[in-house]
Ligand binder design. Sequence first.
Ligand code: 13P
Length: 283
Amino acid sequence: MPVVALKEILGRAFEKRYGVGAFNIVDDLTMMAVLDAASETRSPVIIQVSVKTVKFWGARLIQQTFAELASQRPIPATLHLDHCPDVSMIKTCLEAGWNSALFDASSLTYEENLRQTTEVVRFARKLSAGVEGELEAVKGVEDGVGGDLEGELVPIEKCVEFIEATGIDCFAPAIGTAHGMYATEPVINFDRVKEITARKPVPIVLHGGTGLSDDTFRRLIQNGCAKVNISTKLKMQLADSFRTYLENKPKEYDPLKLLKAVQQDVKGMAAGFMDIFGSAGQA
Ligand code: 13P
């Protein structure tokens, strides 16, 4: 199946109450691994990329690699820019053919966030691209973006007003999750997701997926989280796989064997999440 819009992938997931994994890939190897996991489990998938990774490889190279790899696989896939506070970088990515972006204006006032997000949505629409919106900062740092504190909670009516006024395709509220590893058990605000979607049926984005229990994922997805972000776990899997392979085979110098082994591990990790999120079999 060709590349499809974020709105399309999430609309179906929200309606049928499954979650689509949005995996923060770091290169072509991890992108291929996640797309292969999606193909094998017949899952729709979101290839998500941090600003730091875009700066490393360049927006065009990532988009071209995605277009080539996605075209060879029979599942709906979309290319999404994660937490980006920089409007010019969003424009660069969308103009290069990316499908959507998270405009992270959570450090701005409510009014300024609403004004700028509306402009970003207007720009994205001209390119048939999608936008994820955020009002309250998600706790933790995602590849250099973010801080140690969760943003102050915005009243539900204000969230609804923001979603309607901006026209965003999905919304990322603060619900007690955090980027990175959890030092202590997180206190998840399951009801907040339910309350927002009851007032405004829009796909909700679950940030900070690494370290949550299967039950937490399932309950949040049931309440309306249709996009489920996984970043730290992919990075850990990648590093651990390289380390394990090299420690176990210190005399093996065929790089393709090493890369293949690592790719298989990352694929297995992603496929496991696709099963938990209920997206397996939905493509
Ligand atoms: P984790 O790093 O906790 O998996 O969170 C990913 C995320 O929310 C990316 O925006």
